[in-house]
Structure formats: C-alpha cells, structure tokens
Design a binder for this molecule. Structure first.
Ligand code: NAD
Length: 367
C-alpha cells in the first residue's frame, strides 16, 4: 500500500484518539512532508469529533474500515504510515492488520504485554517488509544523547553500575477513571509496564543487554483501584558483567521524578534527572576524576504532582523528534532509532521482574 521515497508526501493515519493522540498529531503536523489523512477509533463518535476539531479529512470506527478505504483509490486511497495510540493489549491486533496491508507502523509503548506477542509483531512487520518503530521518546532528550556519546567516546568507559529510580505520583483516579488501567488483562502490568519501561529502555540503550533479573513487585497504596503493581524493585546483570538496580513506584506523594545514574570503568559517573515528570531530562551530576559538575534541574515552584495532561503535553517536543526520525526512516529506507526488536528487549526485562517476583528466583534471559 505504501510507495514512499524521498520527495514524497507521506499519508498518515492515527489509530486511537485518546490522551496520547495529540502528541502524534502535533508531531506529524510539525513536518512538511507529511499529511494526516485519517483518524480511527473504536469510539467512532470520538473519532469523528477529533477529525472535525483538527481538520482531518476522514474518521473511521475500525481498523478494517480504514484499511479497506485505503485500498480503494476512489475512496481514501493510499496510506504510508500509521501511528498506533491504542491501549497496549490491543497493539498486536492493530499492528498486524496494518502491517499485512503493507503500511509502516509507529506504535506507542509498550509494544505488547507478552514477549510472544511482541515477537509476532516484529515478525509480521519483517515478513510484510514494513518498518516498525516504537515510541521511547525519552531517548531523544539531549541529555540522554550526551550520556550515550560520553559512553561511546570513552569518557565514562564501559558502564559497570547503573541505577534507575522512578518515583512518581498518581492520583487514585488515574487507575479508577480509565477502565483498562491497572488490570493484568487490559494493562498487562502497573508502574513497570506503563512508566518504568521508558527508563528500562534507556538503561538497556546505555548499558547493553541484560542476562539476569531478580525482582519484587507489590501494590502498597493503589490496591483499591488496581490489581497490578504500584511498586517494584529489581537488580539486573548485563551481558558485559555490569550491574544495575531499579526502583519504580506510582505510590509516591509528592512525586520525586526520575533519576538514571551510570558509572563506568573510568570511574566517571553521570546522573540524569527528569523532574517534574514529563519535562526534559537533564544531567544534574557529572563527575570525572577530581571534578564534579552539578546543576539544578528544576524551578523552585515546580508542581511535583503533575496532572497527566501536563505530563503528556510536556512530552510533545520529544514525540516530535522521534516521529521525525521514523518518517525519515520510511523515506530513506533506513532503520528507525527504536526498533521493534529493541522494544521487545525492554519488555523482556520487565516481564522477567514479574516472573522473578512470582517465583522468588532470578530469571535468566537469552540474548
Ligand atoms: N510515549 C509515552 O510517553 C506515552 C504516554 C501516554 C500513553 N502512551 C501509550 O499510548 C497508548 C494509549 O494510551 P492513552 O493514554 O492515549 O489511552 P486512552 O485510553 O486515552 O486512548 C486510547 C484510545 O484508543 C481507542 N481504542 C481502543 N482499542 C482500539 C482499537 N482496537 N482500534 C482503534 N481504537 C481503539 C480507545 O477508544 C481510546 O480512545 C498506551 O499504550 C500507552 O501506554 C505512551
């Protein structure tokens, strides 16, 4: 269905017009070589309203209807790229239909809620020769890119120790107001699946593949509204021999944001802080030898319990960078920055934390 090359204007559809839809809309609209031709949501009324509000030509109530119209040159006609912004347990069905129609897919994280499902999505996209990108927009923070460069140029050396602390606030209404959040069937997990996976992806990107995981999960505060975990801790061992610790929670009031800290073989350490949640992560500590640079990363009047709409709005600049990267990958037939294979690895680590918590034993991961 897609015939894209440099110079082409890509035709895009966005599937799922809920909370994160707007980030994709703004990201595509910031690009000159893209036209948003349709939206699709099982809540057809919402799709129609969204299309009207944002001057998008067509609205569909199912993926099948969207693809059928795209297959008909007298109807919607060709689409090149689809963004999938539906709840994660629905990703596989949507991505499969879209890939089998020959359309490139940029899917929201987490790619899936099981490794088998994630691998099937990678396979179906490969078989149909379409690109699969997964949204981990925090990789596009300049601070994250700088840490990666400091590792690659030897300043930090090979990472030996890592730490991720994801200390977030969620009101109980976050879990009670959205029917799919916080249940094993419809959300696939809690803080690790929805929030923690961004930072597990960053850790893997910076430190390499994980070979062993030992973890614990619990629900301390939100048990009235969720069956999945609101808190988790884990230790990770990497193929390189490096080690890392993870702690994650949505039971924190006020939220303390996120820190990622890496120490390398040169002894140098670098720490990145995202506070308040959703704002751009910045390097607040960077020590090499006898020097330690420190920098305050947030204004004194920052609201630590940021509402979800503000978190999502603050993510837009980085959705823009990742969407631009994906569009470029389609136009130049290159790999997107975050592939389905990499997203599957991050998912594998958090699922291993769940398994380890259940069995009480470390879980080995195959590479
Ligand atoms: N990258 C990020 O930082 C980030 C931030 C927020 C959400 N997300 C991810 O985006 C996804 C959506 O989250 P949200 O908060 O926008 O959810 P949401 O519930 O606000 O919206 C989801 C929409 O998808 C629609 N939908 C459900 N199944 C569908 C299907 N089969 N076909 C078409 N439409 C369907 C629903 O009707 C709803 O309107 C989740 O996977 C979430 O983890 C990512």
């Amino acid at each position: 269905m897609s015939e894209s090359s440099p110079g082409t204007t890509l035709k895009v559809a966005i599937i799922g017009t809920g909370a994160i839809f707007r980030n994709h809309l703004e990201a595509y609209r910031a690009l000159g070589n893209v036209e948003i031709v349709a939206v699709c949501d099982v809540n057809k009324e919402l799709a129609v309203r969204t299309a009207q509000e944002h001057c998008i030509p067509r609205a569909f109530g199912s993926v099948a209807e969207l693809l059928s119209a795209a297959n008909d040159t007298t109807d919607l006609g060709r689409i090149d790229v689809v963004s999938v912004c539906t709840p994660h347990p629905t990703h596989e069905a949507v991505v499969t239909e879209v890939a089998e129609a020959g359309v490139h897919v940029l899917c929201e994280k987490p790619l899936a809620i099981s490794l088998e499902s994630s691998q099937r999505m990678v396979d179906v996209c490969r078989r149909n020769e379409v690109k699969l990108g997964v949204l981990f927009q925090r990789r596009f923070w300049p601070a994250a890119q700088r840490i990666k460069a400091l590792i690659d140029d030897g300043t930090i050396g090979q990472p030996i120790l890592g730490h991720v602390s994801v200390m977030l606030h969620r009101d109980p209404s976050y879990y009670s107001a959205t029917p799919w959040r916080g249940s094993w069937d419809t959300d696939g997990g809690g803080v690790l699946m929805t929030q923690g996976i961004h930072y597990i992806d960053l850790l893997l990107w910076l430190m390499g593949d994980v070979v062993e995981v030992h973890g614990h999960i619990n629900t301390f505060v939100h048990q009235a509204h969720m069956e999945t975990e609101d808190s988790a801790t884990a230790t990770l061992r990497f193929a390189s021999g490096a080690m890392a610790t993870v702690q994650a929670s949505t039971a924190v009031t006020p939220g303390l944001g996120v820190q990622i800290r890496i120490t390398g073989t040169t002894g140098a350490s670098v720490q990145l802080t995202e506070f308040p949640e959703g704002t751009e992560g910045r390097i607040d500590m960077f020590g090499t030898g006898t020097t330690l640079e420190t920098e305050p990363t947030w204004p004194a009047d920052a609201n630590p319990n940021t509402p979800l709409s503000e978190i999502n709005a603050a993510l837009v600049p980085f959705h823009k960078l990742q969407v631009a990267d994906f569009v470029n990958a389609v136009l130049t037939d290159t790999e997107p920055a975050v592939t389905g294979e990499e997203a599957t690895k991050a998912l594998g680590v958090l699922l291993a934390i769940y398994e380890s918590s259940e069995t009480g034993k470390p879980v080995k991961l195959s590479l």
